[in-house]
Design a binder for this molecule. Structure first.
Ligand code: AMP
Ligand code: ZN
Length: 666
């Protein structure tokens, strides 16, 4: 046998043992034998580096160090899930489903694993990338760390598709978590608070050999890609299992909401027997064609629903109410609590939202309160234990002045929040606006964090975001905890932000009510900043999906001489304040004013590609047929009730080919 053959054989053998041990939980050789074989392979690989393979089992031990995790845009967005808490919620959901799809609906019930979500990309059966969920649109490239997790296959078996993404959750099973904590305590270190945060923290460790030492596990639940030849969610779980992934076997196919509830009841009780944390179950429409018909809201798939297990509750004492000032001047009251352990973390603070909430709870300093935490990170105060209230307790009086700059607070008609109107002089507002500007979804300035912004403002080096572009390295170096190298990175990061596309710059400006989606809409419609600066309220409300509140806020923002000045300066520094020529070239107005519904299965392009084409050409995509629908693009298996509705409303139905011809460039 040649050396190359020997190496390949060992790799194959070790891969199989890894799979037996970590995926199937059924080892066939002893740890010792495994180690001996691994050592043998390591030795051969060292001697014959020409047979290097990035997916060799020897590389599971890690060693590569990552300083900055690269940002990767997900090819398919990673959505969140809608939540339900009762039978009624589920029946309502089913009613909505039945309006949108034809035929019987079956469901797959799965456990909701509580860890860190991950998206793995495989090409030709080889793991090429692992990316965290991040904000759903883009995440961090953590491939080197994920490769050290033994239940993640580096190479697949069976009849896998050429290219696909698979999503799952990286969890830290209780056993491993407890063992890690014991070791930490023995070494005089603080124990970790809970498995979930430890799992997500483990993905962002710079040294992958450190990640390799953590007993992480990866549980998969969703396959995403174009034309994969799979017809149901349940089938996709089985397929993934065949290809070598760890897919928990608890999942169940059911035919009714009643059966869903049985599954919930069973696992609400038995979840503590599982080796890892779960915080609910996830119910998914089983047919992938029905899933396609249903599509997504801005936040979550319409075809899936989480059902949260009952939240844990504890009672504790309220010591003090403090008030925070946000970047828009909004005041948020915060309850400072006697630290208490809840669902694995120590809770010390909870948001009280606004004055109305305080009044509604009639919450007072010294009260004993009930705190609840669902799956969310932020705990909530749900009630006061009046039995324990002292006789001399006094009602809470809401503040009237800004705690930071002593300006008198205002509260607009119909709004719940109090505001500090001192836009130009209130320090948390100044700092908050710049922090928003540099944040990840906005200008994403690498090398500059929120604390450094505060430092720069407090040192008088900047007072607004345009000032960032005037910063010199020499000014930054003398700052506390600032090394030569980090000052360089900071300046470089600011320079790089000049390439960030217009829509994100527009979001970064921090105009009230102009979130990511609205910024995209405005950028697409107006194409360059001057057109927005000059737009009147009436013009703005005529833009699709822009309401009066947003329009007023935009006009108000640009009415300020100071803001117009800021924009002019950004323009001078070379920040993108118009849509790039390249993007413009790919966009047309051919479908302006037309609304499309896409239904069925297509041959040449995927449904998502079709939708993008419609939007790039100025059209609108809608998920349900109404009198406002201009065309229906129908693929194979368009649902009969949709067809009937289309005929009744006399809406033209066109094929994939007809549509592609329609938008073809002259
Ligand atoms: P949430 O973070 O509460 O919006 O819930 C959405 C998250 O649940 C997803 O991003 C997944 O990471 C996670 N999740 C856990 N188990 C599942 C599952 N079986 N199916 C889908 N998502 C799941
Ligand atoms: Zn103030």
């Amino acid at each position: 046998m040649s050396t190359e053959q020997k190496i390949n054989e060992l790799r194959e053998e070790l891969r199989q043992h890894n799979y037996n041990y970590y995926v199937l939980d059924a080892a066939v050789i002893s740890d010792y034998e495994f180690d001996m074989k691994l050592k043998e392979l390591q030795k051969l690989e060292e001697e014959y580096p020409e047979f290097y393979d990035p997916n060799s089992p020897t590389l599971r031990v890690g060693g590569e160090v990552t300083k900055n995790f690269e940002t990767i845009v997900h090819e398919y967005r990673m959505y969140s899930l809608d939540n339900s808490y009762s039978k009624e919620d589920l029946l309502d959901w089913e009613k909505r489903l039945k309006k949108q799809v034809d035929g019987a609906i079956n469901y797959t019930c799965e456990l909701k694993y509580d860890g860190a979500s991950i998206s793995l990309t495989y090409e030709d059966g080889v793991l090429v990338r692992a990316v965290t969920r991040g904000d759903g649109v883009q995440g961090d490239n953590v491939t080197t760390n994920v490769k050290t997790i033994k239940s993640v296959p580096l190479k697949l078996k069976g009849d896998f598709p050429a290219k696909f993404d698979i999503r799952g959750e990286i969890v830290l099973p209780y056993d491993g978590f407890i063992k890690m904590n014991k070791e930490r305590v023995a070494a005089g270190e603080e124990p970790y608070a809970n498995p979930r945060n430890t799992a997500s923290g483990s993905l962002k460790l710079q040294d992958s050999s450190e990640t390799a030492r953590r007993p992480l596990d990866c549980l998969l639940y969703n396959i995403t890609g174009n034309r994969l030849g799979i017809i149901s969610q349940f089938e996709s779980l089985e397929k993934a299992r065949d290809w070598g992934f760890k897919v928990p076997v608890e999942s169940k196919k059911v035919n009714s909401i009643d059966e869903v509830l049985e599954f919930v009841a069973y696992w609400d009780e038995h979840r503590h027997d599982l080796p890892y944390e779960t915080d609910g179950i996830v119910i998914k429409v089983n047919s992938l064609q029905q899933q396609e018909e249903l599509g997504f809201t801005a936040k979550a798939p319409r075809w899936a629903m989480a059902y949260k297990f009952k939240a844990e509750q504890v009672s504790t004492k309220l010591h003090e109410i403090t008030y925070q000032v946000g970047r828009t001047g909004a005041i948020t009251p915060v309850a400072n609590l006697e630290p208490v352990s809840l669902a694995g973390t120590t809770v010390k603070r909870a948001s009280l939202h606004n004055a109305d909430q305080i009044e509604k709870l009639d919450i007072r300093v010294g009260d004993t309160v009930f705190v609840e935490k669902g799956g969310e990170i932020i705990p909530k105060i749900i009630a006061v234990n009046l039995k324990k209230r002292k006789d001399d307790s006094k009602p809470t009086i809401y503040i009237t002045e800004c705690p930071e700059c002593q300006t008198e607070l205002i509260r607009k008609e119909g709004e719940a929040q109090h505001y500090c109107p001192n836009y130009a002089g209130c320090s948390p507002q100044i700092i908050g606006r710049i922090q928003h500007y540099i944040s990840r979804k906005a200008m994403d300035i690498e090398g500059l964090g929120g604390e450094t912004v505060a430092l720069l403002v407090n040192e008088g080096l900047i007072v607004n975001y345009a000032d960032l572009y005037e910063l010199k390295k020499e000014q930054v170096v003398p700052l506390e905890r600032m090394a030569e190298k980090s000052a360089e990175n900071l300046i470089e990061g600011i320079e790089k932000s000049k390439k960030i596309p217009f829509e994100r710059v527009l979001f970064a400006l921090g105009i009230r009510y102009v979130g990511e989606t609205v910024a995209k809409k405005l950028a697409k419609h107006y194409k360059f900043i001057d057109a927005i600066v000059d737009a009147s309220e009436e013009e703005l409300v005529n833009v699709d999906e822009i309401g009066i509140k947003i329009a007023q806020s935009v006009v108000e923002f640009f009415a300020s001489e100071e803001n117009r000045n800021l924009v002019r300066r950004l323009q001078q520094y070379g920040v993108q304040l118009e849509i790039s020529a390249e993007k413009l070239a790919n966009q047309t107005n051919k479908l302006e004013g037309e609304t499309y519904v896409v239904s069925g299965v297509f041959e040449k392009v995927s449904r998502n590609e079709l939708k993008k084409m419609i939007e790039d050409n100025g059209g609108k995509v809608s998920s349900s047929i109404s009198s406002k629908t201009s065309f229906i693009i129908a693929g194979a298996n368009m649902g009969p009730s949709k067809l009937e509705k289309a005929n009744k409303l006399e809406i033209p139905i066109i094929s994939e080919d007809e549509f592609l011809q329609k938008i073809e460039k002259e």
